[in-house]
Design a binder for this molecule. Sequence first.
Ligand SMILES: [Fe+2]
Ligand SMILES: [Fe+2]
Length: 475
Amino acid sequence: MSTIDYSEKIPNNVNLSQDRTLQRALEQWQPNYLAWWQDMGPEGSRDFDVYLRTAVSVDPSGWAQFGYVKMPDYRWGIFLHPGDADRKIHFGDHIGEPAWQDVPGEHRANLRRIIVTQGDTEPASVEQQRHLGLTAPSQYDLRNLFQVNVEEGRHLWAMVYLLHRHFGRDGREEAEALLERRSGDRDNPRILGAFNEKTPDWLAFFMFTYFTDRDGKFQLCALAESGFDPLARTTKFMLTEEAHHMFVGESGVSRVIQRTCEAMKELRTDDPGELRAAGVIDLPTIQRYLNFHFSVTIDLFGADQSSNAATFYSTGLKGRYEEGKRADDHLLKGEHYKVLEVAGGRVVEKEVPMLNALNEVLRDDYIRDSVGGVNRWNRVIEKAGLPFRLAVPHKAFHRRIGALAGARIAPDGRVVSEAEWNAKVGEWLPTEADRAFVASLMGRVVEPGKFANWIAPPAVGINKQPVDFEYVRFN
Ligand SMILES: [Fe+2]
Ligand SMILES: [Fe+2]
């Protein structure tokens, strides 16, 4: 069960060859997927040999195999975590019942929506990142970008398998639509806001993989609890891949900070103008990027009060983060939770039924997790003996979804006037000038072991290879 059959057209560990109708349907979708990859995947990369990892088993130990692959030949496939035959639903109204192996009719529409929404983010991020290969700061970073891209492609396969296998004709239509929407397209955009934003430069990419891929982690963790067992099993395996994406983000930002701190010490200055002249990204600009990516990402958890969130939980479709480790009754009826609103010129807390606040619960779990990496970034600055500290902005800052949407709130949580917002927004969010400056640093570095001036090399290479290993052969 855990070994993947690579002799088939679509590598899988779900005995695809036993279900000829399903196999044929997916084999018809496959060329459309490849056409999408050619069209919207990493630009100009078709003939590169890239040192990539490929899943060969879903066992926690040794699932990855490394080797040179041309990306269009990457073996995208269908890998589910091995199931537990006796698994029970462990939250909501169906608690204690056997987990579903097929979609219960009454939950079909909601499950389809959950799977499509998750699936839509996967190709969206590939589209958002498709130009970045042209300005990679090193071969090492280029390889990491491509690894993230092929795995997001595989995550799309994971969701498309569920749609084809469990949702009949509707599912096949949704699978086609996933290849038709485009990130940022005016007429046919991706479903969620943050996935229509641009990822124009590598600082944005590292912030995206740190913050927005972490949203992916929390959504996948909540779905890994699902009473619909195939969804739980597929998201569990996706999570093992997601960890690397967040590593790329955390270590990427950390290396940018490290290089900036080196320049600050060399030049004995914290003046952004002097640092920019020296070709590194000043810390206040990094803070503004952080504010932007953090705020658009926490919007992805949805409205702070949501009857859909309550339904998804009570019907056993989507759990909380680490549901199984929590000590409460896993029903949550009569429980309360605090959400935020603006009242009397201040951000205040308000108690609401917890079932309706489960988006907020997941958002708060996410925020706790994302602060960890910011603290580790601060240690790099501290080690350099510099007083600057990065911080995540207040949860109410720059929100577009829920009760706080459109409120004017500073990163420290103060409600501010329109005038103050307009006067200060350039200190809080990246300006056109910031983005133009960061863009001006982006130039392709292709020689093994060489790095752009604005980023420090990593401490170690990929898969124990040296940092100056040839991670990409450009041919
Ligand atoms: Fe993903
Ligand atoms: Fe990811």
